[in-house]
Write a protein that binds this ligand. Structure first.
Ligand SMILES: C[S@@+](CC[C@H](N)C(=O)[O-])C[C@H]1O[C@@H](n2cnc3c(N)ncnc32)[C@H](O)[C@@H]1O
Length: 819
């Protein structure tokens, strides 16, 4: 068997592909190569392999998403059906290497294959395997991002791990009447089996925060909040007062158990797929990012509980963005007595890694390599400093080089907060924090001193421009900080660095970080409102310079709402329904939802708080956070799972609230079984199904040729038809998985809307697939058409909302169908 690698003309499927183009790229960069050929990086005997890997395209990889029951059934499908098929394929006279599990990844959930994407895409024998990958990716059972890259989704899956089984167990007890009044379930799942965990995902870039939503939507979690803030000054999140406590209480703020700081980085470890790295790599990119990275890490450490952990990760191999940031952040947080680097050498034993660097060199913009370690030593000696900082066990940081397991290059460190911290202000002589152990800081300080004799911090900043090529992201952040700072009369970070205000410093030092100052909302000159978080990571604002700005009480929509300003990204409000709201009781009745299912977590997204069109559901903690921080300026860009959508119906006494697939996953175990009929073969009995929504459960029959996975599907019975209310991508994956049927699906209802004659004699040339609709006569009934159109459009909108970020050409075209 041979792996298909680039080169030798292989991998072309005809036409000018990205891959052919990539083959011809000059994958070389003199500075990059000179820097990473320094002996501290890769041992000499591995260097050739290292460069060969970095210049080769990445293998395809995909991951089964762990928390979902039938993702495991999909994994079986790969092993039992597709792998035997693939191993019998020959391409250009040789057998193809099938996908294989990634050795270090638990439970064979991650897989890799060396066959290039364009071979898979364009050659017939791969077509069915490719369709399987596309279909299962669309429904979220497979993630095709690089194994190390789909981190937010993996975290979400971990929050939900074990939930399906624990809910089922508790729901069974509830049905049997053997359950107590208190919420049940094992630790972490003790909300009657549901997870009590919460993931807050954040990105300062608005579009990217929506990309996060898009990626996570497939997991349909009520335990997710997405925010859009600058992580260097992430606002403190208020919690509700503790119940059953008499008298006035201190305001409580959320402290995190775990934080992943997946920071912006120069990304030279991604050269295997971001070819621009070869063209654009410059050492000063890393220098320009160091400051932001260190600030994000310090802020993360502050927001952590004592005993909590931060994972700091980059896809860069440059120590300026890695070990140097770790050392600098630990030092600013008071040293090793407050923050320890966790020894992970026993974790993931199959994962090959190199130890973090304890010394390193820094290359400046001109390509000169500076070694300031000696100077650090001399400085320490002259100052009589014993090797305190040297005790940071930076070797516990983990460096992953591309050749070690055929991945990108990346860096990971786990930090544990061992006691409460009071972050020291940034060093006041350089824009880059000066930790005595970090040669980066020494270098920048040295360059800084050389170029500046005066004490003007702004001049120092500009002088560094000659040395550090500004990173556009950092520049944008600095500009933003400057405008926020101006609005609050604060000097911007860069300009505060020289400021020393003993009183304010003392005040900051005395601050109890359990009682962080909450975020303030301020109005900028431009008229846009911005949020200034508590700024414990930076020099404090000189006392008396900032006035508290009261949180706005203006409505965010409805009467008096000024409307969305261009570029201001106004979010719709989150309003929770009263548990006794008149719309909820009939829904609970109709779906025969257990009394035990919580009623105080249903939410709508409009200013008047009324259920007009859609009802969402969130976890209790998400609800508490959204309600406590309303109007505080926190930018919550996403929360809640769509549970019910209002639907036109042509008869009286039909529950208008149609359950959504995502919501069904949450409520299904709590639906009373008594209302269910054993239909056996569904066929003609469909006519007995009452109008409105029903839930169809398909149980495996245990026979060899029968189904081996349980399915729960929402149906909508209108006057003359029964609709399987499943997004097209879910339907396609299901048909492929069960019947190996890959016939393209077409939205019959919407297509018919576009035709002058629904009989199909004119209009589009596109072939219409007769879907297995159970449809009777009378389709010309206008009212019925309306209802069907509404169903179809709703599902179409659903699919579109999922696909707005899919890259053109990356996935197959999709079109929704109602049956
Ligand atoms: C390495 S990526 C994170 C990728 C993400 N964890 C994932 O798995 O898809 C870094 C992200 O940080 C964002 N970013 C840059 N500066 C930031 C800041 N100051 N605060 C918050 N996010 C920032 C960028 O927009 C970028 O999306």
């Amino acid at each position: 068997m041979v792996p298909f690698n680039r080169g030798g003309g292989r991998g072309g499927g005809g036409g000018r592909s990205r891959d052919n183009w990539a083959d011809n790229l000059n994958k070389g960069n003199e500075k990059l190569e000179r820097y990473y050929n320094e002996p501290e990086f890769v041992p000499e005997e591995e260097r050739e392999e290292f460069w060969a890997a970095l210049k080769r395209d990445l293998p395809n990889s995909f991951r089964f998403t762990g928390s979902r029951g039938h993702a495991l059934a999909v994994q079986e499908r790969l092993k039992d059906f597709y792998i035997p098929k693939i191993t019998s394929i020959q391409y250009e006279g040789e057998f193809v290497e099938p996908p294989r599990p990634v050795s270090w990844y638990p439970d064979q959930l991650a897989w890799q294959m060396t066959t290039p994407k364009n071979v898979i895409r364009r050659h017939a024998p791969f077509a069915s395997f490719q369709k399987f990958l596309v279909a299962e990716t669309e429904v979220g059972n497979i993630s095709r991002q690089e194994v190390v890259r789909s981190k937010s989704c993996q975290l979400m899956e971990m929050v939900h791990a074990g939930e399906e089984e624990s809910i089922r167990e508790v729901a069974e007890q509830a049905k049997a009447g053997t359950i107590g009044a208190e919420p049940q379930g094992p630790e972490g799942l003790n909300d009657d089996g549901r997870t009590t965990g919460l993931l807050i995902a954040n990105d300062s870039d608005y579009k990217r925060s929506h990309l996060l939503i898009h990626q996570m939507k497939r997991l349909s979690s009520p335990n997710l909040i997405v925010t859009n803030h600058d992580a260097t000054m992430y606002p403190s999140i208020k919690l509700p007062p503790l119940p059953n406590v008499e008298g006035p209480q201190k305001t409580r703020y959320l402290k995190f158990d775990r934080i992943l700081a997946d920071v912006p980085c120069s990304g030279d470890g991604t050269a295997r797929k971001n070819y621009n790295v070869w063209k654009d790599w410059n050492p000063s990119n890393a220098l320009g990012l160091h400051l932001t990275q260190a600030r994000i890490l310090v802020r993360a450490l502050q927001m952590l509980k004592v005993g909590g952990r931060v994972v700091y990760s980059t896809c860069s191999m440059n120590p300026v963005e890695n070990e140097s940031v770790i050392a600098s952040a630990i030092q600013r947080c008071g040293g090793a007595q407050n923050v320890k680097i966790v020894d992970c050498s026993q974790e993931l034993p199959g994962l090959k890694r190199a130890a973090g660097l304890k010394t390193w060199k820094v290359m400046d913009r001109e390509g000169r390599i500076w070694s300031s370690w000696k100077e650090v030593e001399e400085h320490k000696e002259s100052q009589g400093i014993e090797g305190l900082e040297l005790t940071f066990p930076l070797e516990r940081c983990m460096r992953i080089y591309p050749h070690q397991q055929d991945t990108g290059g990346f860096f990971i460190t786990v930090l544990e907060k061992t006691s409460e911290i009071r972050a020291k202000p940034e060093d006041n002589s350089s824009v880059i924090p000066r930790a005595p152990v970090t040669p980066v800081a020494n270098l920048t300080a040295e360059l800084d001193a050389r170029k500046n004799s005066n004490d003007d911090p702004q001049a120092k900043l500009s002088s560094l421009d000659n040395v550090v090529v500004p990173d556009p992201e950092v520049q944008a952040e600095l500009a933003k900080n400057q405008s926020v700072a101006e609005a609050t009369n604060q000097p911007p970070y860069s300009a505060t660095l020289g400021a020393s205000d003993a009183t304010a410093n003392a005040k900051r030092d005395n601050q109890d970080f359990e009682e962080e100052v909450p975020a303030k909302r301020v109005k900028l000159d431009s008229g846009i409102e911005a949020l200034v978080g508590d700024r414990p990571v930076h020099d404090p604002v000189p006392a008396g310079q900032v006035e508290n700005v009261a949180a706005p009480t203006k409505p965010t929509s409805g009467p008096g709402y000024p409307g969305k300003k261009k570029g201001s990204h106004q979010e719709d409000p989150y309003k929770y329904l009263d548990p006794n709201h008149e719309e909820l009781a009939p829904i609970f009745d109709f779906y025969q939802l257990s009394e035990r299912f919580p009623r105080d977590r249903f939410m709508v997204r409009n200013a008047d708080g009324a259920p007009h069109k859609t009802i969402y559901y969130t976890s209790a903690l998400a609800r508490d956070i959204l309600t406590q921080n309303e109007g505080s300026g926190m930018k919550f860009v996403h929360c809640g799972v769509k549970m019910f959508v209002k639907q036109d119906a042509q008869r009286e006494n039909v529950c208008r609230w149609r359950i959504q697939t995502d919501g069904l996953k949450i409520t299904e175990p709590w639906v009373n079984d008594d209302g269910w009929k054993n239909l056996g073969e569904i066929g003609a009995r469909v006519k007995d199904i009452p109008m409105g929504c029903s839930i169809l459960r398909v149980e495996p029959n245990g026979k060899e040729d029968g189904l081996n996975e349980r399915m729960v599907l929402p149906l909508w019975r209108s006057l003359h038809s029964l609709n399987l209310m499943l997004p097209k991508e879910e339907r396609r994956a299901m048909l492929l998985r069960i019947f190996n049927d890959d016939t393209p699906l077409v939205n019959a209802t919407l297509k018919n809307q576009n035709k002058p004659d629904a009989s199909g004699t004119s209009g589009t040339d596109t072939p219409m697939q007769e879907t297995p609709a159970i449809s009777t006569a009378g389709a010309d009934n206008a009212a019925l058409k309306n209802e069907d159109t509404q169903l179809a459009e709703d599902e179409q909108a659903f699919v579109e909302s999922r696909e707005s970020f899919v890259k053109i050409g990356d996935e197959e075209d999709t079109f929704n169908t109602t049956v």
